[in-house]
Design a protein around this ligand. Structure first.
Ligand code: ATP
Ligand code: MG
Length: 455
């Protein structure tokens, strides 16, 4: 059965029959896992998602929870994001819910809003049929169109990984499994549905998704997928830069940035996203330590429910490329360190935009944060004091602490800036040796020693 060798897993005998009949993988009949045989409880599903499921079902449509919501519920991870699949068309969905908006041009989806929670309802659709319609793919095999409605047993094959293709049926609380995803979730395996090479070519972002799920869930990536990633990683260059920014946010702001970073590097994908950063990471272990420390902090903030901003991590990724370029600029032309960092960040960001388009609302504060770094060495006078009032002080200070933590900066200086923040106005005036407190002038700070390789 030569066709079978294409696929990364053994599908059921029904799937094999189906493959023989149609040349496509898959079973037209799912394995139905009844409620007593799985652990997905309605308690794990938000009341908003349950409302949508029940209303669709009571109106005579099929209604399934699908994707990450089912996967994470099986893993008892308390999912927060719920996607629903149905055979109702988007217009039919809209007529059932007053709080519903249709979005998307290429493929229309219904968004049903409950306060701040949005439930995404997608009509089942068929995978693009590449044999019949080459125009749906670009020359590298990337999917450009997949907008044909279908039934659930077609919908399943357009999904990326078996763990993401489980359907929880609100009619009887069973799980429908066409691809062996239930066992893969239990075994913590990330397996591509269908031929990994073809599926990664169709949509190279799936490589990033593989790494993201592996990082978040601790899944191992199936060897067939790892091998296909080696061949396909260059195709990320063809993905629109705006889409890669969205994916960057998911990779680095979901609370598992550190393990995800390690996996991205292990699979040589990080350099596809941040080439200038990867080049420096290879030369400088301290830079790797610096990035890791930042990601670890960021993950901790997410775990503690604190906010995180992408501009901080971007500043971390660009710091060494920016510093190097800034030094070169200062050798060529006389300018202050801050100025050179500002100009160099501008250039590094411009180079980066070709891969990942970063909105101005992040690049502008990021440049400010980086340009402020040299100012932490000014601890006297009004200029020093004014830094405390700068609107980017907090981020710049956190960034400086991180530098100090890996030996890039003076720990004494870090302590100085930590202490002054809690001082009274009078104490501050004295710390900064302002003229208003002449009697309290401290002896000049001793020259700080320059660490061996300061960045
Ligand atoms: P999470 O919400 O935790 O990021 P998820 O699996 O729900 O994970 P979504 O991006 O919300 O991911 O997508 C919902 C589902 O849609 C996925 O589980 C998968 O079945 C399908 N899907 C999403 N993106 C793709 C893709 N690029 N290729 C194929 N299927 C996809
Ligand atoms: Mg989701």
């Amino acid at each position: 059965m030569p066709g079978l060798l294409l696929y990364g897993r053994n599908f059921s005998s029904q799937a094999i029959n189906h493959l023989n009949n149609t040349g496509k993988p898959g079973s037209p009949v799912p394995q139905v896992i009844p409620r007593p045989e799985h652990n997905v409880s309605r308690k794990e599903i938000s009341s908003a998602a349950l409302k949508v499921l029940y209303r669709l079902h009571k109106s005579g449509y099929q209604a399934f929870l699908v994707g990450g919501g089912v996967r994470d519920a099986i893993l008892e991870l308390h999912p927060k994001d719920f996607d629903i699949g149905t055979n109702a068309t988007p217009d039919e969905v809209r007529s059932l819910f007053s709080n519903c908006r249709l979005i998307g041009r290429r493929f229309r989806l219904a968004h049903v809003r409950f306060g701040r929670e949005v439930i995404e309802v997608a009509t089942f659709r068929a995978a693009a049929n590449h044999e019949d319609d080459d125009s749906a793919l670009d020359t590298e095999g990337r999917i450009l169109r997949d907008n044909v409605y279908g039934s659930i047993d077609e919908d399943v094959w357009r999904r990326d990984f078996t763990c993401n293709a489980l359907y929880y049926n609100i009619a009887d609380f069973s799980i429908w499994d066409y691809t062996g995803g239930f066992e893969d979730v239990k075994q913590k395996r990330l397996v591509v549905i269908g031929d990994p090479l073809q599926r990664l070519r169709e949509d190279p972002v799936r490589m990033l998704r593989a790494v993201r799920f592996a990082g978040k869930l601790g899944f191992s990536i199936d060897q067939t997928v790892v091998a296909a990633m080696r061949d396909c990683r260059g195709l990320l260059a063809n993905v629109p830069a705006a889409r890669l920014f969205d994916e960057f946010l998911k990779l680095f702001q979901s609370g598992f940035a550190e393990p995800t970073f390690e996996l991205l590097r292990e699979h040589n994908l990080f350099g596809e996203l941040f080439p200038a950063t990867e080049e420096e990471l290879r030369l400088d272990d301290n830079f790797v330590a610096f990035v890791r420390a930042a990601l670890r902090n960021s993950d901790k903030r997410v775990a503690d429910g604190q906010s995180v901003t992408p501009m901080f991590l971007l500043g971390v990724f660009f710091w060494v490329p920016v510093k190097k370029l800034a030094e070169k600029m200062r050798e060529e032309e006389k300018m202050s360190e801050s100025q050179s960092i500002n100009l160099a960040s501008y250039e590094v960001v411009a180079g980066q935009q070709r891969r990942i388009s970063i909105p101005k609302r992040f690049t502008v504060p990021m440049r400010e944060m980086l340009s402020l770094q040299p100012r932490f060495t000014t601890t006297r006078g009004k200029r020093g004091l004014n830094l405390l009032e700068h609107r980017r002080f907090r981020a710049a200070y956190d960034f400086m602490l991180l530098r100090a933590a890996v030996g890039w900066g003076d720990p004494e200086l870090a302590k100085f800036w930590t202490d002054v923040q809690t001082q009274s106005a009078e104490e501050r005036a004295s710390s900064f040796e302002m003229q208003s407190s002449p009697g309290k002038k401290r002896p000049r700070r001793r020259r700080r020693r320059k660490p061996k390789s300061e960045s």
